[in-house]
Design a protein around this ligand. Structure first.
Ligand code: HEM
Length: 447
């Protein structure tokens, strides 16, 4: 501590009237209205707020300064594995997000090789046929639930791009694998957190086994032959000094990547669909850009879709697919002058930051121009806009995600137009990642 640094303050005590239910604590209040809950916490305690969740004391970090400190993690006090493993650990263990410090650095260095620009350009070329196949049966003029359609689409894209279509797999087997992924993701919302039959966690333990067996079955073939799907890429990539992934690493990373890639992209595309349906002028503007390109644009062309890019950024702000990050302190640390003891579970309120009036004008309004040159409200603070996280665990797939979302929107806009009631408010389920409970009904009409 320097002479000017004031001594760290103690974490405020949790008020008697702010404890929630026995054991569950404030989980239900969060799930009912996350932003309202965090706003109240911010008013009561400021950026480092005490809470109680599922029988344990928890700290909520609010605002870009507090979240930024944890993400930068200068004193290496915040670890990912002990935090995320409590939410999704048994099902996504040893995925990149659930590895820490030196080991994480080593794995990330290898995985980076799977996301270089030439590789991304290759994935982009494969995206278009996968999207075309996935959207082939979409009807015109009839209502359907957009969220579930898009979820199926992103799963199909992932099967193609990540596993090379898993060519010897029957549709029934692929369906079983897709359902296993969904089951693992849904485990995050489980209250009973053990391998107990008929619970979300119990089902997810069995689903993880399905995924492991499936991927292990393909491993020898993927090791033997080089192809441009991510499964094969993970089998063959190597750093300059010869570091490679073991078979276990490949299986663990594949399971995590499939999970990380599909729900997040589904949430983003479905939010964009809603906002463009409610803002026809933006839809027309985005369509004009999409029509100016050919049917299967290259990576650089997708990157030139300026309006779709602005809309995507705004959708990620308003409906961050990962609204909260979690961390666990492996030693005492200080955030915003408040001492957080070792062994504390912390949540970082990313979505809350995205709606703070200090950094955004009319934060609840859909206004993609706020990201345009000249305004750049996302630069109001280094950590004002963090849908992909920050620091060493920042999303490694963020460019891939942008390309996938733009490729889907490019095809949708060229083929269809649609309207959504301006008064429609998506009824969001906040049990794990935020999704519209009504499946987001929509009518797409062929252009
Ligand atoms: C709109 C889409 C996406 C969003 C909003 C998103 C969001 C995030 C966030 C917030 C993190 C940080 C987690 C933390 O700090 O604890 C993260 C990490 C990660 N994401 Fe994404 N993601 C998206 C798409 C993807 C895609 C498409 C892939 C893979 C192709 C991917 C792979 C990963 C991986 C491997 C990590 C862990 C990185 C590490 O720990 O080093 N994500 N993502």
């Amino acid at each position: 501590m320097t002479a000017e640094t004031p001594p760290a303050r103690l974490l405020p005590a949790l008020r008697r009237d702010d404890r929630g239910l026995p054991w569950i604590g404030q989980l239900l209040e969060y799930q009912h209205d996350p932003i309202g809950h965090y706003r109240r916490k911010w008013q009561l305690y400021g950026p480092v707020a005490p809470s109680r969740l599922l029988g344990r004391d928890t700290v909520i970090l609010l605002g870009p300064d507090a979240c930024g400190e944890a993400l930068q993690n200068r004193d290496k006090a915040f670890a990912n594995e002990p935090a995320w493993s409590q939410l999704v650990g048994p099902f996504f263990h040893r995925g990149l997000m659930l590895i820490d410090f030196d080991e994480h650095h080593d794995h990330r260095r290898i995985m980076q090789e799977a996301f270089t620009r030439p590789r991304l350009a290759g994935y982009t070329r494969n995206l278009h046929p996968a999207i075309e196949r996935g959207m082939a049966g979409w009807e015109s003029g009839r209502q359907f639930r957009a969220y579930w359609r898009l979820k199926q689409l992103t799963l199909d894209i992932a099967a193609d791009l990540f596993m090379g279509g898993a060519r010897q797999t029957s549709p029934a087997e692929m369906d079983r694998v897709n359902r296993a992924f969904i089951t693992c993701v849904q485990a995050a919302a489980g209250i009973v957190r053990a391998d107990v039959p008929f619970t979300r966690w119990g089902r997810a333990y069995r689903a993880r086994k399905v995924l492991e067996e499936f991927l292990r079955g393909y491993l020898p073939a993927k090791r033997a032959e080089v192809s441009d799907d991510i499964f094969s890429v993970l089998c063959h990539i190597e750093t300059d000094d010869g570091a490679r992934f073991s078979d276990d690493d490949v299986v663990n990373h594949m399971i995590f990547l499939m999970m990380a890639a599909h729900d997040t992209s589904t949430i983003t595309t479905s939010a964009i669909l809603q906002y463009l349906g409610q803002h026809p002028a933006w839809q027309d503007r985005c369509r004009a850009e999409a029509l100016a390109l050919g049917p299967a644009p290259e990576m650089a062309e997708l990157e030139s879709l300026v309006s779709i890019d602005l809309v995507m950024r705004e959708a990620l702000r308003l409906r961050a697919p990962v609204p909260v990050l979690v961390r666990y302190t492996v030693k005492d640390t200080v955030v915003q002058g408040v001492r957080i003891p070792a062994d504390t579970f912390c949540t970082l309120g990313i979505q809350f930051t995205h709606l703070m009036e200090d950094y955004w004008t009319e934060p609840a309004a859909f206004d993609p121009e706020r990201f345009a040159p000249g305004r750049r409200e996302d630069r109001s603070h280094r950590f004002a806009w963090e849908p992909f996280g920050g620091g060493v665990h920042k999303c490694i797939g963020l460019y891939f995600a942008g390309l996938e979302v733009k490729a889907i929107m490019h095809r949708l806009l060229r083929a269809y137009h649609w309207r959504v009631d301006p008064g429609y408010v998506a009824p969001i389920d906040h049990h794990s990642l935020p999704f519209p409970k009504d499946g987001q009904p929509i009518v797409l009409v062929r252009n």
